[in-house]
Design a protein. Structure first.
Length: 224
């Protein structure tokens, strides 16, 4: 009888641990890429260590490393990330190598967060917990300069990063674009959408400037 009771107790404890593990949320496990690139290479995603480390000061040890993404056309590329439980919001450091094989120079690069992909993409909304290290932006970088970095002028909000201030030529490789993403509880998948922006003709520069000013104003309103 004592052995039976001990077995039941051990089984109950094991079951409880498993259940608790399955009730938590926020760790990225796998990813998939969609239209717009000819090839994509990335390292495997390891379990978050530590999980639920939102607002860690400095570079998060949880890294998503996309070693190479080869664009063959101007337009959005969606990478979807599957999420399982980890007990809170986990901060990831994303590092990406980006190749321009579109045949056109780029004048800017736009990164945004959301859900779904291609025509089904839906933009992340303010306050949903999925963000670019909002509100403190204390990861130590947002598109920080690194070898091969072409866009030193960076504007960012909770769900958008807009990098500009240079030209990435056709055939150019950026190693690496860097940014941080907070992955919250309560979601099973999210999307990082990235869109190169073709370098404007000289007559179009004024419109690009207007867009940058509007983007900056949106950022200021979002932080009030």
């Amino acid at each position: 009888m004592a052995h039976t009771t001990k077995f039941i107790a051990q089984f109950a404890l094991t079951f409880a641990v498993l259940c608790v593990g399955n009730l938590r949320a926020g760790t990225v496990t796998t990813f998939g890429w969609h239209s717009g690139v000819a090839s994509l290479a990335a390292t495997s995603i390891t379990p978050a260590s530590p999980p639920a480390n939102d607002n860690v000061v400095g570079l998060s040890p949880n890294e998503i490393f996309v070693t190479q993404k080869n664009y063959v056309g101007i337009g959005p590329v969606d990478i979807t990330f599957d999420v399982i439980n980890d007990g809170g919001t986990t901060e990831y450091a994303v590092k990406e190598g980006v190749q321009n094989s579109t045949g056109l120079p780029w004048g800017a690069y736009h990164v945004e967060l959301g859900y779904g992909f291609d025509a089904g993409f839906v933009k992340s909304t303010s306050g949903d917990g999925l963000d670019f290290d909002f509100p403190d932006y204390d990861s130590g970088f947002q598109f920080a300069p690194s070898p091969g970095f072409y866009f030193p002028a960076v504007l960012f909000t909770e769900d958008d990063i807009f990098a500009s201030g240079g030209v990435m030529p056709n055939g150019g490789f950026a190693g690496y674009f860097r940014f941080s993403v907070d992955v919250p509880d309560g979601i099973t998948q999210f999307t990082i959408r990235q869109s190169p922006v073709a370098a404007p003709e000289p007559s179009s520069c004024v419109f690009a400037l207007i867009g940058l000013v509007a983007f900056a104003q949106c950022r200021l309103r979002g932080r009030r």
